[in-house]
Design a binder for this molecule. Structure first.
Ligand SMILES: Nc1ncnc2c1ncn2[C@@H]1O[C@H](COP(=O)(O)OP(=O)(O)OP(=O)(O)O)[C@@H](O)[C@H]1O
Ligand SMILES: [Mg+2]
Length: 338
């Protein structure tokens, strides 16, 4: 069992978290479980933004849901402000929820179509602060609408009357109205037009600055999280490949998978005086339930050896961050443009 953190430092501590999904049986016995998240640990400090990146199916959303206890982890612990969420009763967990809020990917789909903006944003207040008067609630809703760039006059409109970017502002207002300590944003801009993405990202960056809220920011796109991340966690088949300060990972990725991800982002292909060349992976992401002894990335890694296929590398300190690779920092062929 991990040692309990103090009340605020780190704000969030995740220890050896695993979320495995059972997959039924075949004639010959139970199917192996699908290991969507496998033994993930990290800390999040007050006011810090940790971005969780990885390709589709790498377990990002499942990790977020496990952290927020929207699903029960198979193993591991999550501490929020020194309180272990797994040890809480249903009622205690419901109370703790006001400190951790989720922003969804698809803003319009995540908002109830038959409720007005005011009803949507004030619902969490009614749940967690039923003692507030109607006037107090309305004032808080108006304040938070202004803070996210919506006019309080829009309070009686319905979600379908808004553009995607405005709808995401409503979702952000709903998440912020309780003044949470932890905000989890799961692909908050990937359903939006590119021109609108920057506006919503800027809003989230301002919120982080002004409200000192800690953020887990999930994205499959490394260019989206570039400016907002303090630290970066690279997930592959539910396991942490590399974690550390965002700037140094962007400039000097050490895990082959991180190098591949970064090489795929056109805007990241020039770093200082160096040019990166795109590194292609041939195969699709393997199934998270396939049996494997070694590194999860070994089947696609351009520099994997027999050791990589046989033995899972431990997450180890390297160049100021942690890397799970037997050969951290190894150069990939064609990595740098001539
Ligand atoms: N409720 C579930 N039951 C069974 N398998 C699941 C469930 N939820 C997710 N999975 C599987 O877990 C793995 C990780 O899925 P997850 O949605 O967490 O990935 P992701 O990184 O968020 O992907 P995306 O970028 O597409 O959102 C996938 O193989 C997925 O099929
Ligand atoms: Mg997801």
């Amino acid at each position: 069992m991990s040692e309990a953190p103090s009340k605020t430092n780190p704000l969030l501590k995740v220890s050896n978290l695993s979320v495995h999904f059972k997959q039924g049986r075949t004639l010959f016995g139970p199917r192996p479980a699908l290991r969507a998240v496998d033994d993930v640990s990290f800390d999040l400090a007050e006011g810090e933004t940790l971005s969780i990146v990885g390709e589709s199916g790498s377990g990002k959303s499942t990790l977020a849901r496990g952290v927020l206890r929207l699903l029960k982890p198979t193993k591991g612990q999550v501490w929020l402000e020194g309180q272990e969420l797994g040890g809480l009763s249903g009622e205690q967990l419901r109370k703790a929820r006001r400190h951790m809020q989720l922003i969804f990917q698809d803003p319009i789909a995540s908002l109830s179509p038959r409720r007005t903006v005011e009803q949507i944003i004030s619902e969490p207040l009614q749940t967690h602060y039923p003692q507030l008067s109607g006037a107090e609630r309305r004032e808080k809703v108006a304040d938070i609408m202004r803070a996210v760039g919506l006019l309080p006059d829009m309070r009686n409109r319905y979600p379908h009357e808004f553009s995607g970017g405005q709808a995401q502002r409503i979702g952000i207002a709903r998440a912020l109205v309780l003044e949470p300590r932890l905000l989890v944003a799961d692909e908050p801009v990937s359903a939006l037009d590119v021109s609108i993405q920057a506006q919503v990202l800027n809003l989230l960056a301002d919120i982080k600055q002004e409200r000192k809220v800690s953020m887990l920011f999930i994205s499959h796109d490394l260019s989206v999280v570039h400016h907002i991340s303090d630290r970066l966690l690279v997930l592959y088949l539910g396991q942490v490949m590399e974690i550390g300060h965002a700037k140094s990972i962007y400039e000097r990725p050490q895990h082959p998978y991180t190098k591949v991800l970064l090489s795929a982002v056109p805007r990241m292909q020039v770093v200082g005086r160096e040019k990166r060349r795109r590194i292609h992976l041939n195969d699709d992401l393997p199934s998270p339930s396939a049996k494997r002894a070694g590194c999860p990335f070994a089947s696609r890694c351009p520099v994997a050896t027999s050791q990589c296929k046989a033995e899972m590398p431990k997450l180890t300190d390297f160049e100021g961050r942690q890397v799970a690779c037997h050969f951290p920092g190894i150069a990939l062929e064609g990595e740098k443009a001539a």
